[in-house]
Design a protein around this ligand. Structure first.
Ligand SMILES: Cc1cc2nc3c(=O)[nH]c(=O)nc-3n(C[C@H](O)[C@H](O)[C@H](O)COP(=O)(O)O)c2cc1C
Length: 226
């Protein structure tokens, strides 16, 4: 048998090298710096059409599991394109209200305003920030924000470049002066475009700390200028 005709023994494939996956840290570690308790039991989360809306099911599930909060979600029409109202309903154990789709005898903005001890608007789009700054109430979320009497936390989630615009700066400053608790923006790539910069929604631990401090001061009411 010539050397060439020898049938090469099948090469034994090398055992696949296992990639070391670092052990996942428990959530409690990641969120070690969040308060143990919140001074509220019932929270309304209103959401406008920023890409950060996609994070809300995770935020909601975590808030409920960690603090036992009773949640209700309200969405603008644009938000309902970016996050599933059904997922949020499952997390809240109550129907999520989408602007224009509620047929209850008592208008949804009034029901929600009565329910919540605090209102969070996350993400608050550039559009919604502008509406809140002017007192415009032309949909569910903006009307709810106008009716709501308790602490209102605005978590802006802006498109890349928006924060540099004088109109956006003016609107955010106006909201602060009007008594809204405006959360700081985060630096990072836009989830929608990958572009970097200041404008993204802050992360969950920072949000929880901000919420706790906003709710801690019960005397602080929207509508009482600073
Ligand atoms: C995929 C996608 C992501 C968006 N992300 C943002 C965002 O992060 N911030 C923002 O201000 N607008 C964002 N927009 C634009 C808003 O959805 C748009 O301005 C809309 O009119 C806002 O309506 P609303 O404020 O009533 O929810 C996004 C739009 C799309 C399609």
């Amino acid at each position: 048998m010539s050397r060439n005709s020898a049938v090469a023994a099948p090469r034994r494939s090398r055992p696949e090298r296992r990639r070391r996956i670092p052990a996942r840290k428990p959530a409690v570690d990641e969120l070690a710096n969040v308060p143990r308790k919140l001074p509220i039991r019932r929270l309304v989360v209103a959401c406008s059409g920023g890409i950060g809306a996609a994070l809300l099911p995770a935020w909601g599930a975590w808030l409920r599991a960690t603090y036992g909060l009773e949640l209700r979600f309200a969405l603008t029409r644009a938000a309902a394109e970016l996050v599933s109202p059904r997922a949020l309903s499952a997390i809240a154990g109550a129907p999520t209200i989408v602007d224009g789709r509620d047929r209850g005898a008592i208008p949804a903005h009034l029901r929600l305003a009565r329910f919540g001890e605090a209102l969070v608007i996350a993400p608050a789009t550039a559009n919604l920030v502008a509406k809140l700054a002017c007192g415009i109430a032309d949909d569910l979320v903006s009307t709810l924000a106008l009716c709501f009497a308790g602490p209102t936390v605005v978590v802006p989630g802006l498109p890349p470049g928006a924060i540099g615009k004088p109109s956006v700066q003016r609107n955010l400053a106006r909201l602060r002066r009007d008594g809204f608790h405006v959360a700081p923006l985060a630096v990072g790539p836009s989830a929608a475009s990958g572009e970097g910069g200041l404008g993204a929604m802050l992360d969950l631990p920072a949000f929880v700390r901000f919420l706790a401090s906003a709710c801690g001061d019960a005397s602080d009411r929207v509508g009482e200028p600073r």
